[in-house]
Design a protein around this ligand. Structure first.
Ligand code: PHE
Length: 380
């Protein structure tokens, strides 16, 4: 590798940078009393002699005459710039007297520039303020802040409530198989939810989960009891969107497996949850129902938080709002995951997150959540 040529130190080598050459550039001469002249280096043009008093007063004049920051900068480049006479001459200075003279010129020019710069900035502000069309009291441009989607907010609120009860939050897969979505949950082959007209299939046995219940199976397959968990997430069904249907929506599954769990534990958990979510006066009731994977199965209602059960359009004047499905885990489901149903007992429930959001905020249409209309979403 060829080394980059270094500039030789002036004292060691003769040539353009030799002591003789430098000395020639910096010859100070006293031609008139009080007037110091100094030669500029010959390679910067003709070896003109500069009258530094004139240089300074011209510089001061140019600085004082600059009306704008750009003009001032041009004056600075001309009189103090790296290629200007002063900088060139300073580089060649050999004696103390010339150095003092030139440094004096430099610092006075620098001071003049600083002073003028301040004045120009002040003048610019004053003209800005004097302009009546500019109102300094107007608020600045507002940054639009992002926020979490209402459904995410409610999902997190639900997670917080269950975390407070010592449950864990589990996240299952949206793409699953017929074993987890149906078979392990003892959903028989004739069940309508298995039909390709109800469910999105990728192949004969791979599909988009139709509920969060397959997470029950995944949880149980992955460990031994006790289990206290919720699993919130997105589910998919082949529905045409309308005010109350959507091909995708959010559910929260809950699964508890331990020794001696009864339906009373289920009711207690659900009651605590709804009191946290909708207020301490809430009551819960259960009605018998059917799900393939719970026995017995129930659907649960909560007292209307809008009218306090007096009767209103939201609870259809019944005082109760339907919230979800639940039940005691079917022993057959335990056998499917290798648990002994003689030892373990448990409950599960599932509910819809959109429904909670719609009830709480009086939203009339499910599609409002997906339309991404900020006029709607930014209210929450
Ligand atoms: N998975 C059921 C549904 O989507 C709800 C449910 C969950 C019912 C857990 C019972 C127990 O309708």
């Amino acid at each position: 590798m060829v080394p980059w040529p270094r500039r030789a130190a002036p004292s060691s080598l003769p040539g353009p940078g030799s002591p003789e050459a430098w000395a020639r550039r910096a010859t100070a001469s006293q031609t008139e009393p009080g007037l110091l002249r100094l030669d500029v280096p010959p390679e910067q043009g003709e070896s003109a002699t500069v009258n530094w008093q004139d240089y300074e007063s011209e510089g001061v004049q140019a600085i004082a005459g600059s009306a704008t920051a750009e003009e001032l900068d041009a004056a600075r480049v001309q009189y103090l710039g790296r290629k200007g006479d002063l900088a060139q001459a300073l580089r060649g200075v050999r004696d103390r007297e010339s150095g003092m003279l030139l440094n004096g010129v430099r610092s006075r020019l620098e001071a003049a520039i600083a002073e003028r710069r301040e004045a120009i900035e002040r003048e610019e502000l004053e003209t800005l303020y004097a302009d009546r069309s500019f109102d300094v009291t107007l608020p600045g441009e507002e940054f639009r802040r992002g926020r979490l989607h209402l459904l995410t907010q409610i999902k997190r609120e639900i997670e917080d409530i269950f975390l407070g009860m010592g449950y864990e939050v589990y996240e299952g897969d949206e793409v699953t198989d017929t074993w987890h979505n149906f078979d392990a949950l003892t959903t028989d082959h004739g069940h309508p939810s298995r039909s390709p007209s109800d469910t999105f299939y990728f192949s004969d046995d791979v599909l988009l989960r139709t509920h969060t219940s397959p997470d029950q199976i995944r949880l149980m397959e992955s460990r031994q009891p006790p289990i206290y968990a919720i699993s919130p997430g997105r589910v998919y069904r082949r529905d045409t969107p309308d005010a109350t249907h959507s091909p995708t929506f959010l559910q929260v599954e809950s699964l508890v497996v331990d020794r001696g769990i009864t339906l009373a534990d289920l009711k207690g958990a659900v009651l605590h949850f709804f009191r946290q979510l909708f207020g301490p006066q809430r009551e819960v009731r259960m009605r018998t129902s059917y799900f393939p994977f719970t026995e017995p199965s129930v659907e649960f209602d909560v007292t209307c938080f809008l009218c306090n059960s007096e009767g209103c359009p939201v609870c259809k004047y019944s005082g109760w709002i339907e919230m979800g499905g639940a039940g005691w885990v079917d022993p057959e489901v335990f056998r499917n995951v290798g648990y002994d149903p003689e030892v373990w007992a448990g409950f599960a429930f599932g509910l819809g997150i959109e429904r909670i959001a719609m009830l709480r905020h009086g939203l009339p249409d499910l599609r409002l959540f997906w339309d991404n209309d900020l006029r709607v979403l930014s209210q929450f």
